[in-house]
Design a protein around this ligand. Structure first.
Ligand code: ADP
Ligand code: MG
Length: 463
């Protein structure tokens, strides 16, 4: 990010804050981020933000930094580091913090924004990404480029950038002198624009030197070049050059090359020279594997979190991407830690509920579960679902209704009021009464206890 100065760094931070505001709850936001208005320094593509205390820094680093940096990286090609205000003061008095961004980039072979924590080692493999993973490791390890470029495509948050970084990191690990150049297509377009509008006669040369000197070129989210004809032409030249010089290239995109719109045919065909691999949404096994892998980065004692809780998160996050899945894990851990709640399976739903609901998709998981339970209980007691939801006071129906309410509460721990809403808007006192009633009945009547065991197994077994 050659033109990153303090002012646009602050701008980027403000945009990131706006995004965060929509992602996390108000209390955490106000607590942690409302006072973070100062940039401490900028170096390469790292922006230091001052925070008010060590605790705030700890909480941000632990629970939010990854997703903040995902966002910043994807949107602005930079990332954030947080520094506590006292430490910032001390450092300020010691060093004269000249903003050396430009020279730093020119003098160093260090890649921009290639986050070291994205490696092959911590990439969890499943059916949906196996082929992409294998291709990426092959590209990283081939002495000369065979599959050039490697074109990785798929929806957001599925691990494209992760894999691309892993290629860069792997190459650097064995050949640290390699000039790995990472850029987002957006950044590339910006650099090109800056060079063309600069008064400095050497600006273009610097732009060319920077990209043409790449031994490995990693370009993220190439779809951003859609409609940017001039930049496409420029990129085409760069591509041709590096290709002829047998420099490895990895490109990511949200869709296959032939589906890029307003995109030069020549460039589309170049992008298809090598190998195209796609990443799909993770299945439940992979989601669970990822949660298990990420857990130790969230808490010092990962063994405190039972596998059942992770399984439930993986299950609720059906049809979601990995980034959302990670967000769910952070939230769960953070709530349990801060409210001193045990890491139980029962606490998963209440904590994730606002996120799950916020997704606003038809048939949100809680609704689906409730519907399943209603259907099961209704058929078991030979009543209809609409009777369960009705005003009817017939003993048989009342009992089945109470049972459904009891099961929903004990299995998913939804708020009473919400449960009431699934049964013709009954108030929370009625819901609470139903639960007490079944608990009482169950103690006196063995048959009811057996019903509960049977129905619970049925519900859990069918998950
Ligand atoms: P994309 O570039 O496809 O939008 P990212 O590479 O930024 O997605 O991935 C989003 C987040 O999900 C990152 O934190 C990344 O580490 C994580 N992630 C995605 N896939 C995997 C995986 N298979 N194993 C571990 N982490 C993953
Ligand atoms: Mg990405």
């Amino acid at each position: 990010m050659s033109n990153l100065d303090m002012e646009n760094a602050l701008n980027i931070w403000q945009k990131t804050l706006e995004h965060l505001k929509t992602e996390i709850d108000d209390i955490s936001y106000n607590d942690l981020f409302s006072k973070t208005k100062e940039v401490f320094k900028v170096k390469d593509s790292t922006i230091w933000i001052i925070v008010d205390s060590t605790l705030t820094k700890f909480r941000i680093d632990k629970f939010y930094k990854n997703s903040i940096n995902d966002f910043a990286l994807n949107n602005f090609g930079c990332h954030f580091t947080f520094i506590e205000c006292k430490e910032a003061e001390e450092q300020k008095s010691k060093v004269d913090l000249v903003n050396t961004t430009q020279t730093d980039i020119e003098n160093s072979k260090k890649p921009r924004s290639l986050l070291p924590e994205y490696s092959f080692d911590n990439f969890v493999i499943g059916e949906s990404n196996r082929f992409a993973f294998l291709a990426a490791t092959k590209v990283a390890n081939d002495p000369v480029p065979v599959l050039n470029p490697l074109y990785i495509f798929g929806g957001v948050g599925l691990g494209k950038t992760h894999l691309m970084f892993a290629v860069g990191n792997e190459i650097l690990q064995f050949k640290p002198e390699t000039n790995v150049v990472y850029t987002t297509a957006q950044q590339y377009a910006q650099d090109y624009f800056t060079a063309s509008s600069s008064k400095d006669p050497k600006a273009f040369q610097k732009f060319y030197d920077y990209y043409q000197s790449a031994d490995v070129l990693l370009v993220d989210d190439i779809q951003f070049l859609e409609q940017k004809t001039k930049t496409q032409e420029e990129f085409f030249k760069l591509f041709e050059l590096l290709y002829t010089e047998k420099k490895k290239m990895v490109v990511t995109s949200d869709r296959p090359a032939n589906q890029l719109q307003n995109f030069m045919d020549r460039l589309k065909s170049r992008l298809s020279y090598g190998l195209a691999v796609d990443i799909k949404k993770p299945d439940k096994n992979l989601r669970l594997g990822i949660l298990q892998k990420k857990l130790p980065t969230h808490i010092p004692n990962p063994e405190d979190v039972p596998i059942e809780a992770l399984e439930l998160i993986a299950e609720i996050y059906e049809d979601r991407n990995v980034r959302e899945l990670e967000g769910a894990l952070s939230r769960y851990i953070w709530y349990c830690v801060s409210a001193n709640l045990p890491f139980t399976k029962e606490n998963v739903y209440p904590i994730l509920e606002p996120l799950v609901k916020g997704m606003g998709k038809e048939g949100a998981p809680a609704d689906v579960k409730v519907r399943d339970i209603k259907e099961l209980v209704a058929s078991y007691y030979q009543v209809s679902v609409s009777e369960l939801e009705s005003e009817s006071r017939k003993a048989k129906i009342v009992f089945a209704r109470q049972m459904a309410i009891y099961l929903i509460r004990t299995l998913y721990d939804l708020p009473l009021k919400q449960i009431g809403s699934y049964f013709g808007n009954r108030d929370h006192a009625t819901v609470s009464y139903s639960i007490d009633k079944i608990e009482k009945d169950m103690k006196q009547n063995k048959g009811i206890k057996q019903d509960i065991i049977y129905l619970t197994h049925k519900i859990q077994g069918e998950k």
